[in-house]
Design a protein around this ligand. Sequence first.
Ligand SMILES: C[S@@+](CC[C@H](N)C(=O)[O-])C[C@H]1O[C@@H](n2cnc3c(N)ncnc32)[C@H](O)[C@@H]1O
Length: 213
Amino acid sequence: MASIEAVPLPGCGQITLGLINADFPTGPLPGDVMRDVLARPAYWSLCWGSGLALAQFILGNPHWVAGKQVVDLGSGSGVVAIAAALAGADRVVACDSDADARLATAVNAELNGVRVDTAGALPARCDILLMADVLYDKQNLPLLTLAQQHANEVLVADSRVTELPDPGYDEILTINALTFPNLGEFDEYGTAHLFHWRAPDRNTTPAPPPRKY
Ligand SMILES: C[S@@+](CC[C@H](N)C(=O)[O-])C[C@H]1O[C@@H](n2cnc3c(N)ncnc32)[C@H](O)[C@@H]1O
């Protein structure tokens, strides 16, 4: 049976998240249950590989967010927003179009003893906007441009997209991380690509040279 359990995140043990139990049923679902799952996908009940990768990156490199106004777009469980708060962000706003995800983010932030504000729309401006595993839906590609209108710099982590259509984004890192609990995804989805965009005329974080983690 599926349930939500609070667990320390493997590979990011300073964060505890309420996620679906690791032994959730994987067999065929009755038709009406399947329809409900598809109509209201609970993305927030998993920590996606890209979110785990970006959380690890931020915790290991806190200067990217410390003292800054941070937005996590497509927050899901809130893993990236919580990492930013733990890394010393001045303020973190977690945006998600799904009200259940906003609730999950708020509950998980409380579980980790950090303040994260939630919103259904982007705040007017922030220093840095973070986006992990949101480009699985090609209809979300315009978010890359929208993010630039709201932020001085943007970090995108995605394991399903290896190139971005906007040449203003530079790939700065690849990080190996699996979705938790493990969904048994294709091997190629075990590597998150980290892309960085910065506004040319604003004071932003110097990018590290490209390398692999
Ligand atoms: C695959 S989950 C990733 C969650 C989290 N970032 C992580 O890495 O674990 C994608 C999240 O993006 C949200 N989302 C999808 N499209 C969105 C949009 N256009 N605006 C805001 N949130 C969106 C979904 O509701 C979902 O919570």
